[in-house]
Design a protein around this ligand. Structure first.
Ligand SMILES: [Zn+2]
Ligand SMILES: [Zn+2]
Ligand SMILES: [Zn+2]
Length: 433
């Protein structure tokens, strides 16, 4: 039987099953029961949901909003149906009531678990949101974005949606798949004040620090970032967004690990961060995705804070291009042996540029490159295997590329992260949505 025939046979079966259920199943009264006009004998009547809950329906190709404390605590838990009051058909009423009660139990259990954090911080106006890949504990009263002000609930949804969009973008670009993530849910705790982050850090990220703390250890640990709205580090809310994306890149690349990659008894890179053995890749990828947002890159994570001094101007392309023009850049062979925390501010910019060059050669190979890193393959093997360039030829080819692509006179470079991030040109398929 051909695939088409098989499919249509299965389709016919489904249609038949639906007809059967429609006629004799869930929407019908029991023998002897009356019909109910109010709910059309379904047990459910429409419930008008408050307009500020429209954000609960935001979604993408592989994500949706699963829970939101604001919705759960609103009338009727934000559901667009309620149980038919004074229903004439007891059996359908009872079935609807069971469904409503089960939803309530599930949502309240989730909320109780999220609210445990309130034992550590004296706050009662936290918004909790869970989407398919991110959990947000949010207490930043308002943010400015796209020339609008978002109050706490909308701001939390905005940042959740941005994280999901960024993750889709990262997966599409690098070829990294959900199946290869040992952890595919990342928790962000974003507080208004530093002392709140300090109070929550130890319990949720296993660390206490006045800045941002992160944990992404083994399979038995949640991936967590605890941060706060530090205006001296991130003056604008867009800067804050970029720093969250930068940190999330570290979380996602750290948890990119599938036990099936390893022969029995072999563990590969432990813990599966990239920072100790592939610092240039760890920092370079994070900067690349951060810069994709607006062409800026000001984030250094706590591991990199020694590097929180400036090198050159804010224009990284220009800085690197100048270095290449004067044949003065950090040795690739030497720099790739550094852990992330040993990279200087100048190294960070070159690490970003090396990744930028490799993105141009084969962006879709980064998932594979990270897999090889987790298998502890040296960079000199990863380069030819994934990017078709040898260790010996790398610097020369990269420098030649930089001198044309980053030249201030080149107004139309072949790879422009910011341009890529924008909407696709007319007629182009947007595969990111
Ligand atoms: Zn909500
Ligand atoms: Zn009814
Ligand atoms: Zn970083």
């Amino acid at each position: 039987m051909s695939t088409t025939l098989k499919l249509s046979a299965r389709h016919a079966l489904c249609v038949w099953a639906l007809l059967f259920l429609g006629a004799f199943g869930v929407h019908a009264q029991q023998p002897g029961e009356q019909l109910c006009g109010r709910c059309k004998t379904s047990g459910k009547v429409p419930f008008e949901v408050d307009s500020d809950l429209s954000v609960e329906h935001e979604h993408g190709p592989d994500w949706a909003v699963l829970y939101c404390s604001y919705a759960i605590e609103s009338d009727n838990m934000g559901l667009d149906w309620s149980v038919c009051p004074r229903c004439k058909t007891p059996s359908v009423h009872d079935a609807a009531q069971l469904e409503w009660d089960a939803l309530e139990t599930e949502k309240q259990a989730w909320l109780t678990e999220r609210k445990r954090v309130e034992k550590l911080v004296d706050l009662d106006d936290i918004v909790y949101i869970e989407t398919t890949h991110f959990g947000l504990t949010w207490n930043i009263p308002k943010v400015k974005a796209d020339r609008k002000t978002y109050r706490m609930h909308d701001a939390a949804h905005l940042f959740a949606q941005r994280l999901e969009d960024f993750y889709t973008d990262l997966r599409v670009i690098t070829g990294l798949s959900h199946e290869d993530q040992m952890v595919d849910k990342h928790y962000l705790f974003a507080f208004e004040k530093g002392q709140q982050a300090v109070a929550v850090g130890p319990a949720y990220a296993g660390l206490s620090h006045t800045g941002t703390v992160k944990r992404s250890g083994g399979e038995d640990q949640d991936s967590v970032i605890v941060t706060w709205r530090n205006k001296s580090e991130s003056p604008t809310d867009d800067d804050f967004h970029r720093s969250i994306v930068h940190n999330m890149v570290h979380q996602i690349t750290a948890t990119h690990r599938n036990t099936n990659w390893f022969p029995i008894g072999e563990l590969g890179l432990i813990p599966p961060w990239l920072n100790d053995d592939y610092g240039w890749l760890d920092a370079g990828i994070a900067h690349w995705f951060e810069r994709r947002i607006e062409g800026n890159s000001e984030t250094y994570c706590f591991r990199e804070q020694e590097a929180n001094r400036r090198w050159g101007s804010a224009d990284w392309r220009r800085n690197v291009w100048k270095g290449v023009s004067s044949e003065n850049w950090p040795s690739f062979a030497h720099t790739i042996s550094k852990p992330t925390q040993s990279l200087t501010p100048r190294d960070h910019q070159y690490a970003w540029s090396w990744v930028d060059f490799l993105m141009w050669r084969n962006a879709g190979g980064f998932g594979e490159a990270m897999k090889l890193a987790k298998l502890e393959k040296p960079t000199r093997e990863i380069l030819p295997a994934v990017f078709k360039v040898s260790m010996l030829a790398f610097e020369e080819e990269w420098a030649a590329w930089v001198s044309t692509q980053y030249a201030p006179s080149n107004k139309n470079p072949e790879i422009d992260p910011v341009r890529l991030y924008g909407e696709p040109a007319e007629g182009e398929d947007d595969t990111r949505r």
